[in-house]
Every structure is written in structure tokens, then in C-alpha cells.
Design a protein around this ligand. Structure first.
Ligand SMILES: [Fe+2]
Length: 498
């Protein structure tokens, strides 16, 4: 291995040589110094401990027998205060047993006196290389799990998903016993959104909640790490278990506090360290961005739903006989879609298409409220409404998926419908579904020119027109299951048509 010549002095490994014989200290220091290490010396265990408090060391090479504090006691002290520092013990032939004993207690290696200097250089190089690799491995593992967590958080679209990914990863990656995620409710309060715990806590066991006001106050000056009694002070009620350690980091976007996440260790021997705090902070910053996104997405979804509902009401307002028609057609169509096995995304398209199916009536300049049947001319105008519907929705990109249902809901299975005269499966399934739902609601509602028809009559009419006006599969499914839906409606307090 080449000598360490380049690099900033801060990056060069530091070795502390401890021996009561000056000659031995100096010769080891000289040789390791020539290899590029930063070397300091101490004459006994006590002065070594003082030096270790003053500066960081990668390795301590210590004689076994020294006045004041001996090598074994020094080793114990290093293991306790600087667990990452490697230790090598030097000993004479008569005390090999003790050296082996030292290794059992965590010393990295031992050197037999008298030694060859090359031997020491070799042990130091080997030890520090092993330590470097171990640290690198750890960093890689951390980076990898962090990458996976970040990916999972970024891929979550809903708020629930983001929060559950955040809590799961805080529990496993930070190695904690309890994770609590609190979110701001937009009115200045914080509520517990999720509570995760390791197998240490019994199912249903209550730990006691944090006091959000105290926590938020503390978070003003950054993440909070507390142990023991000081950690317990942050709870609203005295926690039922001993809290060994706790980290709370804010979920922050720019200057806004969206919430916070707390990891708690109930294990006396597991106090959180700086590394865990950093890890949680990184996970939390990814989560905060994802929470913000999920909120924006939810807002957008709500705006979308509200826009569609408002448009549907506009349609129904044009004609006093069709009040609530769009919403009822949507209800029948959604159930029919579900019975036919469509997936949730398609079902949403069915819902929106059904709500909008008659929007083109806005374009028909005629009195839709007139008593009696439409004249031939009026009927020709009326028949344009599916085409108008398509034209009205065309500029709104996000409504693109609803256009086929709106444009083609008056097509017939036998090809005798309008506006295109499509037949069979050339008519999109959504339009075939709306066609049945629309007809059922129109027949069971009062119209300007007739009273509502009874449910039974309507069902037999749909059965009669199955295969001519309607897709037989769609019509068959509807007439088979409509009774069940009527039961459900009654159970939920909605009176279905007679
Ligand atoms: Fe229509």
C-alpha cells in the first residue's frame, strides 16, 4: 500500500501511541509519520485519556503495562467513550494471554515486543483500511435505503400514502419503537395523523400522546432530540412507558410548518444518535415536499369534482322536469359500471360522463319546458345536443375522457341512433352504459308530456329493447341487479322510483 502523502491534514488518519518508554513512542511515531499518518504520543493511560478528549483519533496503540492507568483500563475507557476508535495492544512475550484477553474485549490486534517497525506499519494500515471500508459500507447502506424511501415517498400521490410511507420508513430506518406523525389542520392546530409502533408495544397499548403546543414551540429552534425525563416532558399526559430517547423533526415547506414526525425509543439501551436524527430529517424533508404535492393534488381533484357538479346542475336547471336527472343517471351508471367489472379509474370516467351527458342541451335554443311533444323541427334541434356537448367540452383538456360518453349516449345497439349511427361494440362501453341509465331515469321521472312510468314497466321496456336499442349485456346486467340497488337506496334513506 502506498504511503499517505497527499490530502488535507484533516483527512489523514490520526494515531495515538501510548507507552511509558520514550524510545518506543518515538520510533513508532517516526515511522508512522513517514507513512503520512498524524501521530501523537502519551506516556501513560491517564495522559492518553486527556489527549483523546482533546482530539479525535482513528487508532490507539498502547503498551500493556504502564504506571498510573495501564493498557487494559485505557482500552476499556476508549471502548466506552470512543467506540469507533481502533485499539492495538503492545505486550512482551510473558503476557500474551493478557493480550488475547484484550482482543476478546474488543481490541483490534496486538503486537509482540520486541517488534519490527514494518510490522506495526502493516497492522495500522490493515486496521484503518478495514475501518474505512466498514464506514463506507455503512454509508452506502444508508444511502441505498434513503434512496428507496425517497422513491417511495415521491411516488405516493395521496396524503394517506405519503404519511404511511413516512411512518413505516421512520420506524424501520431510524430503528425506533414508536413513530407519530402530526399534521397541521390549516387552522393553527396539529392532529395526530398516524401512529406506528414496533412489536415492543402490545396491540392496543396506549403510550400517551405528545403535547403539540410544546413540540411546536421547541421546533421553532430546529429538530428536537431528548432523552429520559426531558423527553417525557414533551408528552401531554405522562407516558405509560419509560421513554429512553426521542427525536422530533419538522415537516416544513419553505417557512410553513405542515406538521412534524416524532420517533421514540422505549429501549433503555437504544438512545438515538446524531446519525439517526440526520436520517429522519432527510426523510422528513422528502415527505414534506410530497405532502405539499398530495395536498395540491387533492385540491385539484376537489376543484375538478366541483366544476363537474356545477356543470351538471347548470344542465338540470334548464329544464324543471330534469331536476336531479344528471346526478341520478350518474348513480345508476356508476353502479352498472361496477356490476360490469370496470376498474375504479373507468368508473370515475363513467361518473363524470354521466353527470355531463346532456351538457349539449345548453346549445339547443328552444323551450325545453314546453308542454306536449316536440315538433319535428324541435326534435331535429334537440338531436344536436350530443354533438354540441362534444363541442362544448372539447377545449377543456382534462374533460377529454368524458367526451365519448357525452357524444354517443344516444347511439343505439342496432345502429339506428344518433348522431353517428354507430352500432354494437363500435359504440364505446361508457356510452352504452349511460344510454341504459339515462333511459331508466327518464322513463321513471315525470316529463312535460307524460307522468312517470312505474319501475316494473320501465324494466320490462328495457328488457324489450335489449338487443335493438341497448347492448344486451349491459341491459341484462341492469335489469338483473337494479332491484338490489333499490334495496340499498331505501336502506340509505333514498326513495327509489315507484
Ligand atoms: Fe341526452
Amino acid at each position: 500500500m502506498p504511503a499517505l502523502e497527499s490530502g488535507h491534514p484533516e483527512d489523514r488518519p490520526r494515531v495515538l501511541v501510548v507507552d511509558d518508554e520514550k524510545f518506543i513512542r518515538d520510533i513508532i511515531a517516526d515511522f508512522l509519520g513517514m507513512e503520512g499518518y498524524i501521530v501523537r504520543t502519551a506516556e501513560d493511560g491517564t495522559s492518553a485519556v486527556t489527549e483523546l478528549e482533546r482530539a479525535r483519533y482513528d487508532m490507539v496503540i498502547s503498551d500493556l503495562k504502564m504506571p498510573k492507568m495501564g493498557g487494559l483500563d485505557l482500552l476499556k475507557e476508549v471502548a466506552r467513550v470512543h467506540p469507533d476508535t481502533l485499539t492495538v495492544i503492545m505486550t512482551g512475550f510473558g503476557t500474551v494471554e493478557t493480550a488475547i484477553d484484550a482482543m476478546k474485549r474488543g481490541a483490534y490486534d496486538y503486537i509482540l515486543k520486541p517488534f519490527k517497525v514494518e510490522e506495526i506499519v502493516h497492522i495500522v494500515q490493515r486496521g484503518l483500511e478495514k475501518r474505512r471500508l466498514a464506514a463506507e459500507n455503512l454509508r452506502l447502506r444508508e444511502a441505498l435505503s434513503l434512496y428507496k424511501v425517497s422513491e417511495a415517498i415521491a411516488a405516493s400521490l395521496s396524503l394517506d400514502e405519503v404519511v404511511s410511507t413516512l411512518s413505516d420508513s421512520a420506524l424501520s430506518e431510524v430503528r425506533s419503537d414508536v413513530v407519530m406523525t402530526w399534521l397541521a389542520d390549516g387552522e393553527g392546530d396539529f392532529t395526530l395523523r398516524s401512529l406506528n409502533f414496533s412489536s415492543l408495544l402490545e396491540e392496543g397499548e396506549e403510550l400517551g400522546g405528545l403535547d403539540p403546543a410544546k413540540v411546536v414551540e421547541r421546533l421553532a429552534s430546529g429538530p428536537v432530540t431528548e432523552h429520559g425525563a426531558r423527553a417525557r416532558e414533551l408528552f401531554a399526559t405522562h407516558p405509560a412507558r419509560q421513554v429512553s430517547s426521542l427525536i422530533i423533526v419538522p415537516l416544513k415547506m419553505r417557512d410553513r410548518l405542515l406538521g412534524f414526525v416524532a420517533t421514540i425509543s422505549l429501549t433503555a439501551s437504544r438512545r438515538f444518535d446524531e446519525g439517526q436524527r440526520k436520517l429522519l430529517s432527510i426523510i422528513a424533508s422528502r415527505a414534506a415536499a410530497a405532502i405539499e404535492n398530495a395536498r395540491l393534488y387533492e385540491d385539484l381533484q376537489a376543484t375538478f369534482q366541483q366544476t363537474i357538479q356545477s356543470l351538471a346542475r347548470t344542465i338540470d336547471k334548464m329544464d324543471r322536469y330534469t331536476a336531479g336527472h344528471s346526478e341520478r343517471v350518474a348513480r345508476y351508471a356508476v353502479n352498472l359500471a361496477r356490476w360490469l367489472g370496470l376498474d375504479e379509474i373507468q368508473i370515475e370516467v363513467v361518473r363524470h360522463s354521466a353527470l355531463m351527458h346532456d351538457i349539449g342541451k345548453i346549445g339547443c335554443v328552444m323551450n325545453l319546458n314546453k308542454a306536449g311533444k316536440l315538433t319535428q323541427t324541435e326534435y331535429e334541434v334537440f338531436k344536436r345536443h350530443p354533438t354540441y356537448g362534444r363541442e362544448i367540452l372539447d377545449p377543456i383538456k382534462f374533460l377529454g375522457p368524458v367526451i365519448p360518453g357525452v357524444h354517443l349516449h344516444h347511439e343505439r345497439w342496432d345502429g339506428r341512433g344518433y348522431p353517428l349511427g354507430l352500432a354494437g361494440k363500435d359504440i364505446p362501453l361508457i356510452a352504452r352504459i349511460i344510454s341504459v341509465a339515462d333511459t331508466y331515469d327518464a322513463m321513471t321521472s315525470d316529463r312535460a308530456y307524460r307522468r312517470a312510468l312505474p319501475h316494473e314497466v320501465t324494466v320490462s321496456e328495457i328488457e324489450r329493447c335489449s338487443g335493438t336499442q341497448f347492448d344486451p349485456d349491459v341491459a341484462g346486467t341492469f335489469t338483473e341487479r337494479i332491484e338490489m340497488l333499490r334495496e340499498e337506496l331505501r336502506a340509505s334513506g333514498v326513495e327509489p322510483p315507484e
